[in-house]
Design a protein around this ligand. Structure first.
Ligand SMILES: *Cc1c(COP(=O)(O)O)cnc(C)c1O
Length: 458
């Protein structure tokens, strides 16, 4: 180790005063700069200690390193990005975008005080979420509704409030795992319920359910296989048959539907309104096919929903005002038949002709010096564990860069001031236009233009 070098490390105070007079870092908070100074100096110290440094970088180089670090840290976190992956419900990118109108109304409600638990007509204390619940009743025809943090919470609350200490029957073909480690058998145990598995992976009949019912049975659980498909030699009990069996035995049928499509997307995905009449409790996500914020929604019988609302877990799982406001304005858009305000609905319903035109428009804007640009017909997926096996034919612009490598281009786009996320396929970057918002194509084109400029000066 070269201990002389360590002695030459610049002082924190000197670095700080240099950085607060630089144009690029002048606006950053002192604490952020101090953090970056500490981390950068640590890095340099470690390099010296490991014997991998013979000379100390000069003062200005160290300032550059610190400025880079400080500016980059500002750029991480929950920043708006451009989704050019074509995956509409991208879990890593926040699942459903809630749209500009709805976001604006949500911020207005949340920026000041809002009537979260106040009945404005009577001036009395109101019920949190009641406006959402009224809209859900109107839109789906259910008796009663309750909103919690996410669908995992909805299922946990339903199980805890209705089945704790008893048994629940579920088909072996429906013991689902959803991304982020939501597993039906584990959530059942967590709810204090004993799982009674019936049937086989591929075939479960109504007779299997009937044979498993006993005085300890608290409910029948049906789970929508939202992220996989079992095909071939298969059989499952129909929803109406399950509903009949449950009602004959005076036990509730709980249905974890997941997706939560308020309108019909595809024949493989049951719409909520057509499912409501058969299930005593129906659990759905707010940010999948419904196109709203992260939320869990439970629809069903009044007597059961009021037990859920009164359960101590509800207080731990209830949503905040931002969620409820965003959900309320999303549901209002459905009720007012203004579904063009719900981005995922528009994204899913674009015709291939519209998509082709969008791809052509984007391709025209991209500077040709980046490399080979072509328009490709591709197959997209819904994402977010929704609509498995359903193809979403789309169009993409493929760029095979010639002035830099494909990975380098992808990295530069990801670190752009509005990060651009796209797919790499072989030696090309694919920009699927299905998930592009208005003006995204201009931002992509400008980003590629400045990457070309940088590359030609390098
Ligand atoms: C997505 C999904 C869940 C989990 O919902 P979150 O809102 O992500 O908590 C649970 N069950 C099914 C069937 C799902 O599709």
């Amino acid at each position: 180790m070269n201990s002389n070098l360590l002695r030459d490390l610049p002082r924190v105070d000197d670095l700080l005063s240099a950085l607060i007079s630089r144009p690029d870092t002048i606006k950053l908070p002192r604490v952020a700069l101090l953090d970056s100074i500490r981390i950068t100096l640590d890095d340099i110290r470690n390099t010296i200690k490991s014997g991998n440094a013979n000379t100390m970088p000069n003062f200005n180089n160290i300032c550059d390193l610190i400025a880079d670090h400080a500016l980059k840290s500002r750029k991480s976190g929950i920043l708006p990005v451009i989704n050019a992956t074509g995956v509409v419900l991208h879990t890593n990118l926040g699942r459903a975008p809630i749209g500009e109108n709805i976001a604006k109304q949500t911020i207005e409600a949340a920026a000041g005080y809002c009537a979260l638990e106040l009945d404005l007509e009577t001036g009395q204390r109101g019920q949190r979420g009641s406006f959402c619940e009224d809209l859900l009743i109107r839109l789906t025809g259910c008796e009663s509704a309750l909103v919690v943090n996410n669908n995992a919470a909805a299922v946990l609350l339903a199980l805890s409030a209705i089945c704790a200490g008893r048994q629940i029957i579920c088909s072996r073909g429906e013991l689902v795992e959803i991304g982020g480690s939501f597993r039906i058998p584990e959530i059942i145990t967590q709810g204090g319920v004993r799982l009674v598995e019936i049937g086989t992976t591929n075939r479960t009949r109504i007779a299997d359910y009937a044979a498993a019912i006993n005085p300890e049975t608290a409910a029948i659980l049906k789970v929508h296989t939202s992220n996989y498909k079992i095909c071939g030699f298969t059989e499952s009990a129909s929803l109406p048959d399950l509903a009949r069996l449950a009602s004959e035995n005076e036990i509730p049928l709980i249905y974890d539907l997941g997706g939560g499509a308020l309108i019909k997307f595809d024949n493989s995905e049951p719409a909520v309104a057509e499912t409501v009449p058969h299930a005593d409790l129906l659990c759905i996500s707010g940010d999948k096919l419904l196109g709203g914020p992260q939320a869990g929604i439970i629809l069903g019988k009044k007597t059961l929903i009021s037990r859920l609302r009164a359960h101590p877990l509800y207080r731990a799982l209830r949503p905040d005002k931002l969620t409820l406001a965003a959900l309320q304005f999303t549901l209002q858009a459905y009720a007012d038949n203004e579904i063009e305000n719900i981005p995922i609905v528009s994204m899913f319903s674009q015709t291939t002709e519209t998509l082709r035109q969008k791809a052509e428009a984007l391709a025209k804007k991209i500077p040709v010096k980046i490399g080979k640009i072509q328009i490709l017909e591709i197959n997209g997926a819904a994402g977010g564990g929704s609509l498995p096996g359903v193809d979403f034919p789309s169009f993409a612009v493929g760029i095979t860069p010639e002035i830099i490598s494909v990975n380098c281009l992808a990295n530069s786009l990801r670190s752009h001031s509005r990060p651009i996320i796209c797919r790499i396929q072989g030696d090309a970057l694919l920009f699927d236009v299905r998930t592009l918002m208005p003006f995204d194509d201009d931002i992509i084109a400008m980003a590629i233009f400045s990457i070309c400029e940088e590359a030609s000066h390098a």
